[in-house]
Design a protein around this ligand. Structure first.
Ligand SMILES: NC(=O)c1ccc[n+]([C@@H]2O[C@H](COP(=O)([O-])OP(=O)(O)OC[C@H]3O[C@@H](n4cnc5c(N)ncnc54)[C@H](O)[C@@H]3O)[C@@H](O)[C@H]2O)c1
Length: 415
């Protein structure tokens, strides 16, 4: 009876009564607690448990939780799409840096999004604002294992992306990019979905041509420390085109250049995170001689969606063609942070490409895409995010230090 009355109360909710109802809900909670305390005591005293009382207790508590969630759960605004236009979209690696921004975009556009992630480098915090939304689902799953779901499009992003992460367990990186990609192509074939592979500029290796256009075949060391990632992605591309030619699967391949933005990894070992972290912590900014410049995550997400919905099945570069010296870049971050850090020069890590610059003529021509977020604007957003993360982590007694990319010593886990 009490349950029914509370349910009627909830259905009568309007926003102006929210505070009043929240108060009532809290009062109800206190009453329920007192009630269950008395109930427990009487059970102990009588030495017997009535199942009906237990059920009543649980249902009262779940009603209280649902009342609270009505008031506290707020989602970002989502467009309404008719059944015909709404797609069921799978994002592998959707709890990572790029995947979570892509999730935001596709959710806000009104699609149904399923995120599949094994949380190796991703985290629930990146997508927690969607948990409970009727269009959203989060599945803890490793793409190295097959997956059976019904979808219209697959954005296949699952793979560690930064050198320390992909070198941590090279065999797993290879399995994720090869077996994982095979599994997703198998799924795409089975359900007739279109698959977009998040490939990388690393397929060009240490390039001998500058800038790199999509018809350049690359210059990769197949046995170097980065090969697990570079060659893994090259094979993943090969698999996409084999499935396209042999099985008629629709594929899209984005060759992504360095990207930055909120939710990127603090310790990813690349220039943006290193410089921002060093500048915020008043440590010297350690500079190599590289010239590649990153671009902002929202530009990348727009490029990925444009590519997915285009009819371009050959690989497309998505990146920032602007060139600055790395010294200018370090100076810019130092100024934006307002830091007094010095700038120090370092030698390069093994096989780190010396020059990288995307030729984005194809993306401009075929997708009408190019990066539009000014570098300073993007950097300010990333700096704001890093500042908040440092505060958050300091409260939890953890201060990250930027680390140069290196191979983990000793045996690693293979799974
Ligand atoms: N960020 C960049 O600058 C950049 C550049 C080039 C290419 N890319 C590609 O874009 C994609 C996303 O990169 P990111 O920067 O968001 O990296 P990220 O590490 O933040 O995200 C990768 C996600 O994949 C998940 N993942 C890894 N292995 C998995 C597995 N076996 N099964 C399920 N999930 C798994 C991770 O937990 C994480 O959530 C990657 O494929 C990467 O290679 C990124």
């Amino acid at each position: 009876m009490v349950s029914k009355a509370l349910l009627r109360l909830v259905s009568a909710v309007n926003r102006r009564r929210m505070k009043l109802l929240l108060g009532i809900a809290l009062l109800a909670y206190v009453l329920i607690s007192v009630y269950s305390f008395l109930l427990n005591r009487s059970i102990q005293e009588n030495g017997e448990l009535k199942i009906e009382s237990k059920i009543e207790e649980v249902s009262l508590f779940s009603i209280f939780v649902s009342i609270l969630s009505v008031f506290t759960q707020k989602y970002p605004p989502v467009k309404f799409l008719s059944e015909k236009d709404r797609k069921r979209i799978l994002i592998t690696g959707g709890a990572g840096f790029v995947g979570s921004h892509l999730t935001d975009k596709l959710m806000m556009d009104g699609h149904e999004v399923t995120v599949v992630d094994n949380f190796f480098t991703g985290r629930k915090r990146n997508v927690e604002h969607w948990i409970g939304h009727e269009n959203f689902e989060l599945i803890n799953h490793d793409v190295v294992e097959p997956l059976y779901i019904e979808v219209d499009q697959i954005y296949h992003l699952a793979s560690p992306a930064s050198p320390p992460n992909y070198m941590y367990n090279p065999i797993k990186t290879l399995k994720t990019n090869t077996i994982g990609t095979l599994n997703m192509l198998g799924l795409a074939k089975r359900v007739g979905a279109r698959l977009l592979l998040a490939s990388t500029s690393e397929v060009y290796g240490d390039p001998e041509v500058h800038p790199q256009s999509e018809d350049y075949w690359g210059h990769v060391n197949p046995i170097g420390p980065r090969a697990c990632y570079d060659e893994g992605k090259r094979v993943a591309e090969t698999m996409c085109y084999a499935y396209m030619k042999q099985e008629g699967v629709e594929v899209r391949v984005a060759r992504i250049f360095n990207t930055f933005g909120p939710r990127m990894h603090m310790n990813d070992g690349r220039v943006v995170s290193n410089f921002i972290l060093q500048a915020l912590q008043g440590e010297p900014l350690t500079v190599g001689s590289l010239t590649r410049l990153p671009f902002f995550s929202s530009d990348l997400v727009n490029g990925l969606v444009a590519l997915m919905n285009s009819n371009v099945s050959s690989p497309v570069n998505l990146g920032n063609p602007e060139e600055h010296t790395i010294l200018e870049f370090a100076q810019l971050i130092k100024n934006l942070v307002g830091s007094g850090s010095e700038i120090q020069f370092l030698s390069e890590a093994q096989d780190d490409p010396q020059k990288r610059k995307p030729d984005i003529k194809k993306a401009k021509l075929m997708l009408g895409w190019e990066p539009v977020v000014p570098l300073e604007e993007g950097l300010n957003k990333a700096i704001h995010y890093f500042r908040k993360e440092l505060e958050y982590q300091a409260n939890n007694q953890y201060i990250p230090k930027p680390k140069p990319a290196r191979i983990k010593k000793g045996r690693t886990r293979h799974n």
